[in-house]
Write a protein that binds this ligand. Structure first.
Ligand code: COA
Ligand code: MG
Length: 292
């Protein structure tokens, strides 16, 4: 199983030359260079050229660079994909998808445009239909080229389309988010939580990060560099989780536990099923899990 560090996923408008120039130095795990909602219609062509330049000379850092294209049924997507075919990117993020057929169309459009097969497909989960179809969407994972790798929650579009009201506990969408996490886990995909618009409200942002992390989200979509530090803090394993992971791995490696499914660690039950998450925690903490 491939594990990628995708705690922080920062949107950068393709039209914002200043933000693009410093984007790699901000330290986010992933960048989404946006050609869609963050870019005004009259700025699309210039944004494409800016991103082409970024991919040519800027990329090559540690994190993934993802390009969000315009909707596949718009007149803009073809030129977006042609630019990516030429300049290369780690993934293409496709907005406004509604179901499994759209996943197949997206991969076919990438192939037709000449985008390299190793370029992954990420999709926005932002329409009511997509949320209802998420199990079938996630089941498209496993394609060998232009493979579906991540679901990205599009909370602004989702609230608007549902006519729901955003509240601090996200009651209107929390159930849908949980189903997205289940679909992602069922098919080996990552799932990235939606944005928090008020980038000056650190406390509210931290609370929403924590809610997403508690639900099983792999990371959060960000709109401003000020959100990166808090996001990393919350989506990285803390000292207690690291200690627990080390203890679980060490305990199951001991010969006396070789035939046991459940053991006690400091008065808490640990089962063999906890081993996989323990290894993931150590990887995300930047610590190698022990061999075997
Ligand atoms: N990515 C990279 N850099 C960013 C950034 C982003 N998303 N948002 C702001 N910055 C940079 C600015 O360029 C500025 O750089 P400087 O160090 O050269 O001054 C610095 O961070 C401070 O920016 P600030 O003045 O606080 O913000 P702003 O008023 O210029 O911009 C927004 C506010 C919301 C317009 C801007 O953050 C933004 O465009 N965010 C992303 C929007 C988006 O992509 N939406 C689509 C997905 S929902
Ligand atoms: Mg949108």
């Amino acid at each position: 199983m491939e594990i990628k560090r995708r705690r922080s996923v920062l949107y950068v408008p393709g039209s914002n030359v200043k933000a693009l120039a410093k984007a790699l130095r901000r330290g986010a795990d992933c960048l989404i260079l946006d050609l869609e909602d963050a870019v005004a219609p009259q700025a699309k062509a210039a944004a494409r050229q800016n991103i082409r330049g970024f991919l040519r000379d800027g990329a090559g850092g540690q994190g993934e660079v993802i390009i969000r294209i315009n909707a596949l049924d718009s007149a803009l997507a073809e030129a977006d994909l042609a630019m990516i075919a030429d300049a290369g990117a780690d993934a293409v993020l496709v907005p406004k998808i509604n179901g499994a057929p759209d996943i197949r169309s997206a991969a076919a459009a990438m192939a037709a445009a000449g985008v390299a097969g190793k370029t992954r497909l990420w999709v926005m989960m932002e329409t009511p239909l997509a949320l209802l179809e998420v199990a079938r969407i996630a089941a498209c994972a496993g394609a060998r080229s232009h493979a579906l790798a991540a679901l990205v929650i599009g909370s602004n579009d989702l609230y608007a389309e549902l006519r729901a009201r955003p509240t601090p506990d996200r009651a209107a969408i929390a159930g849908l988010l949980g189903v997205c996490v289940a679909a992602a886990r069922a098919h080996g995909l990552d799932v990235i939580d939606g944005v928090y618009n008020d980038f000056t409200d650190a406390r509210g942002f931290a609370a929403e990060c924590r809610q997403g992390a508690d639900m099983g989200m792999d990371g959060k979509s960000l709109i401003h560099p000020a959100q990166i530090g808090i996001c990393h803090e919350i989506f990285s394993p803390d000292a207690a989780q690291i200690r627990w992971a080390q203890e679980v791995i060490a305990a199951f490696a001991r010969p006396e536990n070789a035939a046991k499914g459940a053991i006690s660690i400091g008065g808490r039950m640990a089962e063999r099923l906890h081993l996989e998450n323990a290894k993931r925690i150590l990887f995300l903490a930047g610590m190698q899990g022990p061999q075997g």
